[in-house]
Design a protein around this ligand. Sequence first.
Ligand code: OOG
Ligand code: NI
Length: 274
Amino acid sequence: MDNTIHTLLQAMWEDYLELAPDARSIHDLFAASNSSSSNNGTVVNDHIALRTYNLPEVNLAVIAHAFTDNGYVEGGEYEFPARKLFARHFQHPNPELPKVFISELLVEELSEQAQKHITSLVNQITPGATQSPLFSCSGRPWQLDTRTYDELLAESEYAAWVAAFGYRANHFTVSINHLSEPDNIVDLNNLLQKHGYILNDTGGLVKGSPDVLLEQSSTMAKKITVDFTDGRREIPGCFYEFAKRYPTSDGTLYQGFVAASADKIFTSTHTKAE
Ligand code: OOG
Ligand code: NI
């Protein structure tokens, strides 16, 4: 495997474990149930996701660079008008590497006040910092106070999440296709709930269907302690997703995403029910 991308993905996984307190135990639950299969205890990661603002310094294309410089190519594009988001996915010719889903907030569609807040966050980034190959797991490159966070939150949960957490994977995704058991998403959701994990139920636990070639579910991000310039708060961090892909007409598994399902996965980091 390409060394640079391997290093980046490993660093992203380690950073993610800090912000998703349930991730290690969920990973180990599936690693254990897979240990007798040909996968030998490995949990295959279907994709990771990153979030950003569409300002030129940090937009989707800037964040994608670390991946496209290492062999990733652009896949589908997705629009979320109600959330004021645009996204693309990237995939690697090596099928063992996870897909990367990157979204950006259309900042010009927010209020003047929110635009000012976001511009002043982005202006704090050290020039050149985004060029670092590890920028995608560097966390928050700006200072943030609770008033700014609250004002952004009132307009956009996504805007506030990026302000609080910055640049890192907001989720990793267990590939159900590579599990020996459970082999279907309903049994997997039941198993997770039996172990006490809280799942995202926006629009039902299962997003998508075999008809759209992709079924997904996710945990709700647990609250973690975050430092602000004026104190600490408990706010939702990162979550875990589960995906089962179905074959297209040529017999290979569908590799894209489904906007209507993605729209519901975004709520996994929300502070309020939608
Ligand atoms: C991405 C939500 C969409 C998927 O797999 O459809 C998604 C996000 O929450 O940043 O992950
Ligand atoms: Ni996802």
